[in-house]
Design a protein around this ligand. Structure first.
Ligand code: MTE
Ligand code: MO
Length: 192
């Protein structure tokens, strides 16, 4: 009997161990469904004279989209990107609020007080400085100024400048533009 007790204990341990292993080791991992975050709330107001057009997320994402690349350098030389970017052309947004000609500028601003002025040529994608990946200045290829609402297939977070960020976008992922014109948290576009 004295010898039987340790043997019983040993059996019990093996059984318990097998059960624990069976319960944890072989368990199926929890099913992972990709979580697409909700877009941040926020509207975009386009102003031209007395005309004011207010667009929400649904109105903006229902417009024809530009899909391309965004790659920027900050004033201190930090590169960010290239990102897959998706958004609406600035020309299409401006057209909703009236006439826009060579005498006009476009003021793009955000609630933190940041303002960037795009002249007529820049709204058409011209007159920007561009760099290659070594930050050597290169002649500008085709550029499209957009209000981005998706970066790498996701709605923008607040840290990324969401819900709407200005981007000087390109057709290829190898061109760098200046980050200062990439206005974050854009809420107002005004033709002046
Ligand atoms: N609203 C807003 N947008 C902004 C700025 C800002 O201060 N406020 N800084 C600009 C400048 S100077 C740069 S270099 C980039 C920096 O982008 P990041 O904050 O994503 O690094 O954002 C640009 N957009
Ligand atoms: Mo900057």
């Amino acid at each position: 009997m004295k010898r039987l007790i340790p043997i019983l204990c040993l059996c019990l341990c093996i059984l318990t161990g097998a059960c624990v292993c069976g319960c944890t080791g072989n368990a199926d991992p929890a099913p992972t469904t990709p979580v697409i975050p909700e877009p941040l709330p926020g509207n975009l107001t386009i102003i031209n004279g007395d005309t004011e057009v207010v667009l929400d997320w649904d109105a903006i994402t229902a417009m024809p989209a530009f899909v391309g690349y965004g790659y920027a350098v900050s004033t201190v030389g930090i590169k960010y990107g290239p990102y897959d970017v998706k958004g609406v052309r600035l020309t299409d947004l401006i057209a909703l609020a009236g006439d826009f000609g060579e005498e006009n500028q476009t003021w793009v601003s955000a609630p933190d007080g940041y303002l960037w002025v795009f002249d007529y040529d820049q709204v058409q994608g011209e007159g920007f400085i561009t760099f290659d990946a070594d930050l050597k200045e290169v002649p500008a290829p085709s550029l499209t100024v957009i209000i981005m609402y998706e970066q790498d297939g996701m709605p923008l977070t607040s840290g990324e400048g969401g819900p709407f960020r200005m981007v000087v976008a390109t057709d290829t992922p190898d061109v760098i533009t200046e980050g200062s014109s990439w206005v974050k948290w854009v809420d107002t576009i005004e033709v002046r």
